[in-house]
Design a binder for this molecule. Structure first.
Ligand code: NAD
Length: 267
């Protein structure tokens, strides 16, 4: 059976670990080829060792327009075109409240976090739009429950992910009818997600501080503690040519946290 993404050329930013890596591996399993823009050379080496020629690794920084252009060019050169751009690399603020930040933390942290979470998505969109237009392709951005609700981070992260909703809505309008633009908003999962160095948050991961699985389940209306792999189906749906032809400007809330659990739920 050919996969649901057979023959598609895709580009995933931050594909070296966590959700990005889960998307890369599922896209490969569905028959796509994948270019990965990632800043960690170790993570890229590991991906290539596991998946060989189906992966085109590009080491670079998503905040750089030039690096995004290089990644798109690498996809065109290796695979002859580009069908899907997945903007995914992100930083978290570890839920830091406004009043716990010094003014310096706030100013420098804002710059670093918004550079990755918002500018990174915009320059990625700018770099990939022409190639996607040629193939009537699509963009998919990773947002978060924090794009829609409070308490998924601190105010820096929440504001940056809300900005992502604006990116999707405006670009879906500007790039129609040639390129579909959508987002997926997952909830908390144990990954290597890090924070801004300027706030002293670069050397810890969300997996080190997330509550144990049984407590995590209590945040979920569906009583589950999702892993990165649990979120990737929506990314397949949105990349597919014939499964989401009518979908653009949509933010899929797959976080399971928006509907609180019933107070009488027992487990
Ligand atoms: P992760 O750190 O495991 O993956 C992110 C990847 O992006 C890493 O491989 C990292 O090296 C790379 N990266 C970071 N900054 C980069 C840069 N400037 N240039 C290039 N690569 C860079 O974390 P994750 O949890 O898989 O995060 C992926 C996305 O999921 C992010 O957008 C995040 O906001 C979102 N998200 C995560 C959670 C969670 O609980 N982990 C919840 C909701 C949304």
């Amino acid at each position: 059976m050919p996969g649901r993404l057979a023959g598609l050329s895709t580009l995933v930013t931050g594909g070296g670990s966590g959700l990005g890596r889960a998307i890369v591996e599922r896209y490969l399993a569905e028959g796509a080829v994948v270019t990965v823009l990632e800043r960690s050379p170790e993570k890229l080496r590991d991906l290539v060792a596991s998946h060989g020629d189906s992966i085109r690794p590009v080491q670079g920084d998503v905040t750089s327009g030039e690096d995004n252009v290089a990644a798109v060019e690498a996809a065109l050169e290796a695979f002859g075109g580009l069908d899907t751009f997945v903007g995914n690399a992100g930083l978290w603020d570890f839920g830091k409240p406004l009043l716990d930040m010094t003014m310096n933390d706030l100013e420098q942290g804002y710059r670093e976090l918004f550079d990755v979470n918002v500018k990174g998505y915009l320059v990625g969109a700018r770099a990939s739009a022409k190639a996607l237009t040629e193939r009537s392709g699509s963009m998919i951005f990773t947002l978060s429950n924090a794009a829609l609700f409070p308490r998924g981070g601190g105010v820096l992260y929440t504001a940056s992910k809300h900005a992502g909703v604006g990116v999707v809505s405006q670009l879906a309008y500007e790039l129609a009818p040639h390129v579909r633009v959508n987002a997926v908003a997952p909830g908390g999962m144990a990954t290597d997600l890090r924070g801004p160095a300027a706030m002293g948050l670069a050397d810890q991961s969300i997996k080190d501080i997330l509550p144990a699985e049984d407590r995590l389940r209590q945040y979920s209306a569906l009583d589950i503690a999702p892993r990165a792999e649990d979120y990737v189906d929506t990314y397949v749906l949105l990349a597919s040519r014939n499964e989401s032809r009518t979908v653009t400007g949509a933010v899929f809330d797959v976080s399971t946290v928006g509907t609180p659990r019933r107070p009488d739920a027992t487990s």
